[in-house]
Design a binder for this molecule. Structure first.
Ligand code: NAP
Length: 250
């Protein structure tokens, strides 16, 4: 159990973000779920409310700074000052390097990297006011290993790792930690979507058989690591890249 805090989870309507939102609520936090798909955000929040915590599900496109700022005001008014932020909203992309259009490159950078920047900038003033904060950015193991036909995605996620390290140094003196979890091969709609498009070779189960722990990751695996990083007792962990990947990247 943690003290009750107010958490914002972007991309919290699906996959990893949804598992994190549910886990932070079961740990005793109130949770605001931000997602491009407002219906899934609201469904996630309704489930949390039914479990006995306060929650809010909001339609938020993380590429829209004005909307992020308005949503943070709503969170502050309805739940209290947010002091936990998990950036899980993300967009993947599979394109040979020479086929990546400027539009596609810009969109992936906008969602994965600039979206993370904007959400942090919108929420950090509340953390500074409380002299306590926890930021967890969901990056990707592909930024550790590289990945063909994903230069745009990998660049965006490598950017998130560098951003996390730099922000941690700046916010450490203010009681705010900033860490990143690069997931590897987690069973979510994003992963299954790639499998359906034939982008994962022989498929998820084949890759699982080659993974050191011999299974595909679950969203709950990421949520467990995130749950630890946002606790009081994790105050000496900042600027770190905490891989959760079944041993696929070491
Ligand atoms: P997911 O199930 O597709 O969840 C991503 C969520 O982000 C979706 O609800 C999506 O909404 C939302 N989203 C997309 N663009 C957004 C935007 N502009 N503003 C707000 N929300 C937006 O995928 P996931 O696998 O859980 O991915 C979560 C994070 O983990 C992502 O950052 C991803 O890059 C990262 N990751 C995942 C894996 C993996 O193996 N699954 C591996 C490495 C990294 P819509 O569905 O409406 O688009």
């Amino acid at each position: 159990m943690t003290d009750t805090r107010v958490a914002i989870v972007t991309g919290g309507g699906s996959g990893i973000g949804l598992a994190i939102a549910e886990r932070l609520a079961s740990d005793g936090n109130d949770v605001a779920v931000f997602d491009l798909d407002g219906a899934t955000a609201k469904a996630a929040a309704d489930k949390i409310v039914a479990s006995g915590r306060s929650a809010l599900g909001l339609t938020v496109d993380v590429t829209d700074r004005a909307r992020i700022d308005a949503a943070v005001v709503e969170v502050r008014e309805q739940l209290g000052r947010p002091t936990i932020l998990v950036n899980s909203a993300g967009l993947d992309g599979f394109d040979p390097f020479l086929k990546i259009t400027a539009e596609k490159w810009n969109r992936i950078i906008a969602v994965n990297l600039t979206g993370t920047f904007d959400c942090c900038q919108a929420v950090v003033p509340d953390m500074i006011a409380e002299q306590w904060g926890r930021i967890v950015n969901i990056s990707s193991s592909s930024a550790q290993s590289g990945q063909p036909i994903m230069t745009h995605y990998v660049a965006s996620k490598a950017g998130v790792i560098g951003f996390t390290k730099a922000l941690a140094l700046e916010l450490g003196p203010k009681g705010i930690t900033v860490n990143t979890i690069p997931p590897g091969f987690i069973d979510t709609p994003m992963l299954r979507g790639s499998e359906k498009k034939g982008l994962l070779g022989e498929g998820v189960e084949h890759h699982a058989s080659l993974t050191p722990v011999r299974r595909v990751g679950r969203p709950e695996d990421i949520a467990a690591a995130c749950s630890f990083l946002v606790r009081d007792e994790a105050s000496y962990i900042t600027g770190q890249v905490i891989g959760v990947n079944g041993g696929r990247n070491t």
